[in-house]
Design a protein around this ligand. Structure first.
Ligand code: TXA
Ligand code: MG
Length: 315
């Protein structure tokens, strides 16, 4: 798959119109969201979705998130219970994906759900994503726009470097503000956190006034995409490093002397927004052994540590 010519679209109306037209023909188009860049495809077009799995080199049992332009459109695709509607009203547009029962006749390709009876859906909070959804006026399935197992892209350059020749287009919309993927929550049988992400679990628990179960606990739905070794940089990763060993490069957090620092002031929001770019930079530096400062587990720290644990997992 290295023979496709990849167009760069601007985030202006005529660029978005061309990007939407490309999606309509079954093309693969990367675009920015507030979390990370997504690799978009018409969620109703099975052949196009199959090409997307191939372009990412993704195991096909790993289902995709569908992006929509409004809660009304989401209601036509999935069944909202009271908790789900409350969450959508509170956090959409935003970095929350809801896993809900798929409606029969929704027209979503079975390859998007990988055969599950639920659909992961979200309304992104990004002007360019919103503009593209409007221009396309259909559901866009989009995993993060990186080759499977690699670091997610948070700017257009990351996508250009890794996906050129594999996809039809890239909408250049600058840097993603949040920097880690959306939080994924299922509401049945009980509200369950399937993936920590851009909206802290504590904030969601406050909104629904109850604790979230965690995937893996009994009665919790499974989240098939949580492969242990993911987000892998080229070097090995050692977590919670208070000291740096010979030959290691430090990915710092807080007031430490580090090659790359996620946030000198210990700000978790800033750290999340820099995380994936820092991992791309460590690859560019050829880092063989990466030590990472301890990062607190609260707020966005849960999502950051989740990604770093996967980056550190044996592969
Ligand atoms: O922020 C994000 O969520 C980004 C942007 C582009 O929207 N997208 C993203 O997609 O992170 P991806 O494909 O890298 O991750 C999708 C996750 C996977 O872990 C997958 O297993 C899970 O969503 N997922 C999708 N459908 C599911 C379902 N029906 N039930 C449980 N988990 C599901
Ligand atoms: Mg991903």
């Amino acid at each position: 798959m290295s023979d496709i010519s990849t167009q760069i679209f601007t985030s202006q109306p005529n660029g978005l119109a061309k990007a939407a037209e490309t999606l309509g023909k079954g093309g693969l188009v990367a675009f920015p969201t507030e979390t990370v860049y997504g690799l978009g495809v018409d969620a109703r077009n099975t052949e196009a979705v199959a090409r997307l799995y191939a372009a990412k080199g993704r195991p096909s049992f790993n289902p995709l998130i569908v992006h929509v332009a409004s809660l009304d459109i989401a209601e036509t695709l999935v069944e909202f219970d009271e908790t789900a509607r409350n969450l959508a009203r509170t956090f959409w547009p935003g970095a929350l994906t809801l896993v809900l029962p798929l409606r029969t006749g929704a027209g979503i390709s079975p390859l998007v759900t990988a055969g599950l009876e639920t659909l992961a859906i979200r309304l992104p909070d990004h002007q360019v994503a919103a503009g593209l959804l409007q221009a396309f006026s259909g559901p866009i399935a989009a995993p993060s726009a990186n080759p499977s197992g690699q670091v997610s892209p948070t700017n257009a350059r990351h996508v250009i470097d890794h996906m050129t020749g594999r996809i039809e287009g890239i909408v250049d919309g600058g840097v993603c503000g949040v920097g880690v993927e959306s939080t994924i929550v299922a509401t049945t049988p009980v509200p369950t956190l399937l993936r920590a992400g851009g909206i802290p679990a504590e904030v969601i628990e406050q909104a629904i006034d109850r604790d979230l179960a965690h995937a893996g606990e009994s009665a919790a739905p499974s989240s098939p995409g949580q492969l242990a070794s993911h987000y892998a940089p080229q070097g090995t990763v050692r977590l919670s490093a208070d000291t740096v060993e010979d030959g290691e490069i430090l990915l710092g957090f807080g007031n430490v002397d580090a090659e790359i620092n996620l946030s000198k002031t210990g700000d978790l929001v800033e750290a999340a927004s820099r995380l994936f770019d820092a991992l791309h930079q460590l690859n560019a530096l050829g880092a063989q052994r990466i030590a990472v400062s301890p990062i607190p587990e609260h707020g966005l720290g849960a999502a950051i540590n989740d990604r770093l644990r996967r980056a550190a997992a044996p592969r």
